[in-house]
Design a binder for this molecule. Structure first.
Ligand code: AOF
Ligand code: ZN
Length: 422
């Protein structure tokens, strides 16, 4: 059976729709022969339950790299021969060995004639490490099963083509949807040169993120806060507005999870941050990035901030506000691939208003404040044309409810335009 399917990494739309649907029906996707158009057309075949199990193992391994590898992807690899796993590995940290190399090292000479399951197309370029394709060819692996093509333009199908040219059987498209889901921040960063943006809100049942006196601490449960620490760690960068710093003097560090501390980014156009704030004085001050207006010339304060080790980015204001696309571009320049936004209402609304949120995570605590600030104040939407979220799922985290959903910038823009016309 030969079917053609368009393969694309557009995060805004239904990613790899054909492969998701067809994988569920247990088809597998083959690249056409190398002479054919490699622009993402595949022939589909059947994948067995055993093969699905192997790739799932590789995906589980890949996840172990969470928090350590960005802006690189999480990648896992499993090598199987005669039904036995003879090698398994993952990309453990940014700049370190790639997944395939770690798995091959474990398999040793036994890799000859084996099948390699890998969650991302093996790389074909010299980056911080030599091409994985060379290592696979040197080990004489017979077959490579790939979950998804590498969206990195330096690879983008070349790894698959090179393996095929050398007579390796390559099967692409097993558990593609899971692989894409795993690496959404990497995909956005490498294709759009922008960080992936997750917006987190903790609110009461009546939608308040603070009470009438502005108090906003401890809305969500201990369980929810633990999860937030894990997310901070996985994203590697947390962003808040200066209002949150003035109100709470937060540390924005990881205390319930092990691993490197995240960047702590503050939008502070008037450089109001107190020099005594924890973000400037604790042992992770080097991880603090202040974004302020390029019109600020408080040279003494700027010097004092720098002396503490914090970084200062100065950007222009437009109508008194930052252009958020410029903020995101500047952070991408620093290699930041995922930003976890934690507050407050003005920041949340501004990012949504600017179509700059990819994913929304809302904790709803079983409490009612009856008065106070709500998170979302965004003009231009209505009951008829709401800001519509996609792929929403709910689960319980301790006593709280957690909603996770995708936000599609393009769609929101359309909705608002139509709504404004009505
Ligand atoms: C793989 N296996 O485990 C990873 C891959 O700077 P480098 O050398 O680490 O290369 C980073 C790029 O290599 C990254 O952008 C992505 O295209 C690919 N990552 N590839 O075959 C891996 N981490
Ligand atoms: Zn590689």
């Amino acid at each position: 059976m030969q079917l053609r399917a368009q393969f694309n990494y557009d995060l805004q739309r239904s990613v790899c729709v054909n492969s998701i649907v067809l994988c569920r029906k247990k088809f597998r996707i083959h690249l056409f022969s190398p002479g054919d158009d490699l622009q993402g057309f595949f022939i589909m075949h059947h994948f067995s339950q055993q093969e699905i199990k192997r790739m799932r193992h590789a995906l589980d391994l890949a996840r172990k790299g969470a928090g350590y590898v960005l802006p690189n992807p999480m990648v896992g690899a499993v090598i199987v021969k005669e039904g036995k796993t003879i090698g398994a590995g993952f990309h453990e940290r940014f700049g370190g060995a790639h997944a395939e190399v770690n798995a091959l090292a474990q398999a040793g000479n036994a890799a000859k004639g084996a099948t390699l399951y890998v969650t991302l197309e093996p790389c074909s370029h010299y980056g911080k490490t030599p091409p994985c394709v060379d290592a696979i060819l040197a080990a004489r692996v017979a077959r490579v099963v790939v979950a998804m093509q590498d969206p990195n333009p330096q690879v983008a199908g070349n790894g698959i083509a090179r393996l095929q040219e050398q007579g390796v059987q390559v099967d692409v498209g097993l558990l593609t949807a899971e692989a894409v889901d795993l690496n959404k921040p990497f995909i956005k960063f490498i294709t759009k040169h922008r960080p992936f943006v997750t917006l987190k809100i903790a609110q009461t049942l009546d939608g308040r993120i603070a009470d009438a006196h502005g108090a906003s601490r401890w809305i969500s449960s201990v369980e929810a806060r633990k999860l937030v620490h894990q997310w901070r760690f996985e994203a590697g960068a947390v962003l808040v507005g200066i209002g949150t710093v003035l109100q709470d003097d937060p540390r924005l560090t990881i205390r319930h999870a092990d691993g490197p501390q995240p960047f702590r980014i503050v939008l502070d156009r008037n450089l109001r941050i107190p020099l005594t704030s924890q973000l400037l004085t604790d042992e992770f001050a080097k991880k603090t990035i202040l974004i302020t207006s390029d019109a600020r010339s408080d040279s003494l304060k700027i010097e004092q901030i720098a002396a503490n080790g914090a970084r200062l980015l100065q950007l222009p204001l437009q109508n008194g506000r930052f252009e958020l696309s410029q903020v995101l571009a500047a952070l991408a320049e620093l290699g930041i691939a995922h930003i976890f936004i934690e507050g407050g209402a003005d920041i949340a609304s501004a990012f949504l208003q600017a179509n700059s949120v990819d994913r929304l995570c809302v904790f709803v605590a079983p409490k009612i404040f009856g008065a106070g600030k709500t998170a979302f104040q965004i003009p231009g939407y209505s009951a008829k044309y709401p800001l519509q979220l996609r792929s929403a799922s709910w689960c319980a985290i301790g006593p709280d409810m957690l909603l996770e959903a995708d936000v599609f910038a393009g769609e929101q823009e359309e909705s608002r335009k139509i709504s404004n016309k009505d």
